[in-house]
Each structure stands twice: as C-alpha cells, then as structure tokens.
Ligand binder design. Structure first.
Ligand SMILES: Cc1cc2nc3c(=O)[nH]c(=O)nc-3n(C[C@H](O)[C@H](O)[C@H](O)COP(=O)(O)O)c2cc1C
Length: 451
C-alpha cells in the first residue's frame, strides 16, 4: 500500500483514568459563529484516518450499535455507576430524541488536514479528491495547513465554495515536512505571521473560522493564551487546544490546565483536546477546564461508540440526574467491523464508477483506470488492516481475528474472515473456555507524521 504518512507510534503514554465527576457533563450543544453543534463533541482531524468513510462511519454509529433502547436487553446495557451506587436504568436513554441531532452523538466532524499550497495549485476538477464529503456529513469542517496568508485565504475560499460549514487552520502539526515549510506547529514561533494569516482568512470567508493548535513549541515558548486572544481579536469563532507542546509529541499526559487557562482568557468557544478515551474522561475534562466542547482523536478508532456513550450519558443525566451508557457487546462489535469494512468496499465501487465515466472520455482510458483501480484496492485492504488493529481490541480471541485479516489479500477476503470469525464465535457462545479475552490495546498502528 502506498504510504500517505509516516508510521510513528502514537499510542497513549501511561494514560490517566478519570472517575465521572459529580456535577459535570459534556454540554448538549455549543455554537460556532452561526453553526449550532449538538452535542458539543468533535471528531478530531486525523490524517490517514478521518476520510469520508471513517467520518460517516462515526456519524452513523447507530448502524452498528443497539437498534434502540426499547429493544435493548437490560442485561446488555451498561449500568455504569456515576453518582452514588446502583443506577436505576434498565437501558441507556434514547440519545437521538434528546441531546443530539445526529445518530452517533458526534456533533462535528473534520477532514484530514489539507495543504493550502496543494489545494490552490490543483485544478478545480481535481480538488474534490481532497475535499470529498457527502451530504450526511453536515456540519463538517475542513482543515487547512500552510504558512502563506494569501494562499491560505484562497484555499479557505475554495473550502467555503465547496459547501463546508466551517474552515479550520492547523497550528499543531509537528511533522518535520510541515514544520520545515513553517506550517503546522512551526508557526507557533511566529505570532505576527499568524496574525496576518488569521486576518487574511477572516477577510476571505464568511463561514465560521476556527484554529486548532498546540500549547506552543516547547515548555519555554508556551503561547496558547496569547494565541487564543489573538484569534478572538482577529474574529475567529472558536479555538481548539491539543494540550501538549510540539516538543511533547504525544508523550506524557495532555496538560488540561492550559485548556482552562485559554478558557479563562477568551469569550469565544474553547474546544478541549487530548487524552479523552472514555465518557468519564470527557466529563472530567469539562469539569477541570470548563471548556465548551470536547474533541476526540485516537479514542474514536479505538472505541467508535465513544460519542454515542457520551451522548447517552448526557441525556440520561439531564433526564434523571443519573447517567448511564451502553457498552458494546460482541454482536455490536461484529456489526461495527462489518459496517466499516463494507463502507470501504462500497466507497471504492463508487469511486470506480465515477472514474470509469471520466476515463471513457479520454484516449488512454484503459491504462489510467487499470492503474488507479489496483492502487485503490490495495489502499482499501491496507485501511482494513490498519483499522483491524484498533477495532479488534477487547474482542475475545481478537488476535486470531487480526491474524486472519492480515493474511487476507482482498476486500471480500477480509470481509469473509470477519464473517467466519464471528460465526465461529456464535456457535461457541455457550462455551466459556472457547475465547480468552484479548486485552492488547491495538493502538500500535495508529500513526502518522502529522498532528
Ligand atoms: C493518526 C493521527 C493523525 C492526525 N492528524 C491530524 C491532522 O491532520 N490535523 C490535526 O490538527 N491533528 C491531527 N492529529 C492530532 C489529533 O487531531 C489530536 O489533536 C491528537 O491526537 C490528540 O488528541 P487525542 O488524545 O484525542 O488523540 C492526528 C493524530 C493522529 C493520532
């Protein structure tokens, strides 16, 4: 598979665990400019991960979750205690009808970061490749990186013309190839240039404009509060802080106290990011920082139910004062893996149909279509394998599922491996010795050179 990003390890570094705080929960909504986002949860941009398939997969989490609370069996619903001892719910509450306007509980999704230089150089007909999204992805934000104010402003205009609801600027990417061109976190050492970029983009678009940044280049150059104030002064509509420095990379724990400091400093919404792995972590971040919304990156591929769980918790807490959320069963995991893999296969079929239509118009049609078709299939299987490493976490005997997925050579073969694994599990459902729990984290493959 063609590598679109460098493999580095980005697993959690001795993550902290949080108890559910007594009086805090993730807000049911927040507003960025004129866009209302409900609930106040955001899927973090992740290069190589948050393409249109993954974003829609997270948006439609109900497809692979329990059909509806009414149909849930009480015993399979997580009776997670929150305040006080036993929780009175038979089933977790209906998130669709209460806190969220979306099925998954994820309020906002974002594209992988896109180079402003690349975008402005690309012919109009090819731009769609970088900025593909479907109607059911609204509200959606497109993230840009770059360092030239005029180019970034042009690209922001393209984003707006493509129909995105928001545009975001990346000031966090630690990758050398990005920093070398002064993009991503490289800009954190040049606030005057950041100001010119902010003003240029702000003048170019009317959609809400946000920035996602790290605390600073290093511990001796922390600029997050200054930067947030600058963003507010320049008319940006919200800021998102990944509470680490560029030098931190992904090591240590995110320092949420800096999110609190940014929240204290500005009136525009503050989105907190870093090390949320559970609904408890999400509420704990809100409790510790008073942020307006939370953003989840690595936690989403590791636990695609996380947004739904947060929404369920929030809904039940609002309705009764006590929170609860579902924990996935084996059957849910099966549906989840199957759904995602099927979506990847379907997307290729769609892309191929579109490409065939275009190729028919040019002389070298056969050659062009053939080459990109093979590449696309390799990419699809590569993605399946990459995701298998995350998704199979927690599945009893997940090692054997991973092995059979890694041995498969085509999309349909991967799907067949998944079917056969779960069919086999179902037929041994009553045998307690059949499937030892697999506790490996499976996040080793979660990697890219960017942030
Ligand atoms: C594989 C991967 C790719 C990422 N790509 C981007 C990106 O394109 N743009 C960005 O702003 N941050 C990117 N990040 C950083 C995340 O958005 C997020 O800030 C970081 O992972 C911390 O949040 P978490 O602890 O919830 O994962 C990436 C992170 C990972 C693990």
């Amino acid at each position: 598979m063609k590598k679109r990003y460098t493999l580095e390890q980005k697993k959690w570094d001795s993550p902290a665990t949080h108890a559910m705080p007594e009086h805090s929960r993730v807000p049911a909504s927040f507003t960025v400019g004129k866009v209302r986002i409900a609930p106040a949860t955001v899927l973090a941009p992740m290069a190589g991960v948050t393409d249109t398939v993954f974003r829609r997969f997270i948006r439609n989490a109900s497809l692979f979750s329990s059909p509806s609370p009414q149909n849930c069996h009480p015993e399979r619903s997580a009776q997670r205690e929150v305040e006080g001892p036993a929780v009175a719910f038979d089933v977790a509450p209906n998130v669709e009808s209460t806190t969220t306007n979306q099925q998954s509980g994820c309020g906002l999704i974002m594209t992988e970061f896109t180079s402003a230089d690349g975008l402005s150089r690309t012919r109009e007909s090819k731009r769609k490749r970088y900025l593909t999204y479907y109607d059911d992805e609204h509200p959606i934000s497109a993230q840009l990186f770059g360092s030239n104010p005029a180019t970034l402003a042009d690209s922001a205009r393209i984003v707006q013309d493509c129909g995105f609801d928001l545009v975001d600027l990346n000031l966090g990417c630690p990758a050398k190839r990005v920093v070398r061109c002064n993009g991503g976190s490289g800009l954190l050492r040049d606030l005057p240039l950041i100001e010119r970029i902010f003003r240029a983009i702000r003048a170019a678009v009317s959609i809400p404009f946000t920035v996602k940044f790290r605390m600073g280049w290093s511990d001796s150059e922390i600029v997050c509060v200054q930067l947030a104030r600058l963003a507010e002064d320049c008319g940006l509509n919200a800021v998102a802080l990944h509470a680490r420095t560029r030098e931190d990379g992904y090591t240590g724990q995110a320092r949420w106290e800096y999110i609190a400091a940014v929240k204290d400093a500005v009136r525009i919404p503050v989105i907190g990011n870093g090390d949320i792995r559970t609904p408890e972590d999400a509420a704990a971040m809100v409790h510790a920082t008073h942020c307006d919304a939370i953003m989840i990156g690595r936690g989403a591929p590791a636990n695609p139910w996380i947004f739904r769980q947060i929404a369920q918790y929030t809904a039940s807490k609002e309705a009764t004062g006590v929170g609860a959320y579902d924990v996935p069963t084996d059957q849910d995991r099966y549906r989840m893996i199957r759904t995602y893999f099927q979506m990847l296969v379907d997307e290729i079929a769609l892309e191929e149909a579109a490409e065939a239509a275009r190729a028919a118009a040019i002389i070298a049609a056969g050659q062009i279509a053939g080459n990109s078709k093979a590449q696309r299939h390799r990419d699809c299987v590569g993605k399946m394998k990459q995701f298998a490493a995350w998704f199979t976490h927690g599945i009893p005997n997940g090692t054997s599922l991973r092995k059979s997925i890694f041995e498969a050579k085509s999309g349909p073969a991967v799907l067949a491996a998944v079917e056969s694994f779960f069919a086999n599990r179902a037929s041994h459902a009553d045998d307690p010795n059949h499937a030892p729990a697999d506790e490996s984290m499976g996040l080793e493959a979660l990697a890219t050179s960017c942030d």
